[in-house]
Design a protein. Structure first.
Length: 274
């Protein structure tokens, strides 16, 4: 009996090996997609994805690194919680980064790292934008914050392109006299682009009379149609230190993500190709 059982196991194993071999042969002979210079995969003898080797020569991009013009920490008003901001500048007029990774470090007065956080964003050629990260929970009051750019994926914009036409008007910041929360920021977003955007992010930066950042917040708007105007609101639940005299609001759409917008009016926009 044991000999028959072993024989059956061997026969089954042989059939399985033959079946797997046959399936592999069918896949590579008939089903495997043909390797091309446009499949967004580094294959064949390519030096990078879809370039070099049998494909066109890889384009070498020599972009200047992103510059942090200002970095700071803001007391959120919640005990033990702090917010971070950095005002970034892209010094490249023809290169944009479709994705860059960054690392934030909060340090105490002695230079010891209290906490770290990583993130990802994008930036267009010549653009200046805020990076805002909120709700850092710390037991020690941070004395300094640093932002380090870890990696950037650059793309050359060698032709004219049109940025999404977004405008924020009727900006207003006020303390809440009745109801929940300490204060709120309001505004009206106008989408002047010929596209319905699936996601628009809005960052709110509050400053005092001397231009010092005293409050940070952010919100998102889903499915904003072309030519549509929508109100937005950002709420601060607790009182925070500082006297607000100026409010900035920055709206952005990730045009590198083709799924973030769809065209309503059939006219070509240059940034679609990126």
């Amino acid at each position: 009996m044991e000999g028959r059982q072993k024989k059956r196991i061997i026969i089954v194993a042989i059939y399985l090996v033959l079946l797997i071999t046959f399936c592999i042969f069918i896949y590579y002979a008939f089903l495997k997609p043909e390797e091309t210079c446009f499949d967004k995969v580094k294959n064949q003898n390519e030096e990078d994805v879809d370039c070099g080797g049998v494909c066109a020569r890889c384009q070498k991009i020599e972009a200047q690194p992103l510059v942090s013009l200002e970095t700071g920490i803001v007391d959120s008003g919640i005990p033990g919680e702090y917010d971070f901001y950095s005002f970034l500048s892209n010094p490249n007029n023809i290169y944009g980064s479709q994705s860059f990774q960054y690392e934030i470090r909060m340090k105490d007065a002695s230079g010891n790292v209290l906490t770290e956080r990583t993130g990802e964003s994008f930036i267009l050629p010549g653009e200046k934008k805020y990076i805002v990260e909120t709700n850092f929970k710390l037991e020690t009051v941070p004395a300094k914050a640093e932002l380090a750019i870890k990696s950037s994926q650059w793309i050359e914009f060698n032709q004219y392109y049109q940025k999404p036409d977004l405008e924020i008007v009727n900006k207003n910041y006020s303390e809440i006299t009745g109801g929940v929360g300490f204060s709120e920021a309001k505004g009206l977003l106008k989408n002047k682009s010929p596209f319905d955007f699936e996601l628009i992010k809005i960052r709110v930066i509050l400053k005092d009379n001397n231009g010092k950042v005293v409050g940070l917040n952010s919100t998102q708007m889903r499915t904003v149609k072309s030519k549509e105007e929508r109100d937005f609101r950002a709420l601060w639940p607790n009182r925070f230190p500082g006297d607000v005299r100026n409010m900035e609001a920055q709206a952005e759409v990730n045009v590198f993500d083709s799924e973030i917008f769809m065209q309503r009016f059939f006219q070509t926009q240059k940034f679609q190709k990126y």
